[in-house]
Design a protein around this ligand. Sequence first.
Ligand SMILES: [Zn+2]
Length: 89
Amino acid sequence: MDNERCDFCHEGRLKAQTVREYYKYHGDLVIIDNVPAYVCNTCGEHYHFAQVAKKLRRIAENRSKIKERISVPITTFESQFSIPFEDAI
Ligand SMILES: [Zn+2]
C-alpha cells in the first residue's frame, strides 16, 4: 500500500507508520498507541489491514483489563463562548 493514492481524498499518498488511535466502543473511548497503519499525507486518514482492525476491536472489548488511565477536560463550545448555536455556524 505504500505510496498508493488515498481512497478518501483521492489526492494524497499513503505511507506506512505507527499512529495513535482513538477507538470508540460502546460509548467508551480507548486510546491505543503504536498502531501499524497507512496514513494519507494530505488528509491524514488512517488505513488498517483487517487483522489490525480486529486486534483493535479485541483491545477495546477487553478495555477493563487495561490499567493505565488518563483524565481529560470536557466542556461544550457554547459554555466557553456563550454563543448560541445559530450564531456560531
Ligand atoms: Zn487522503
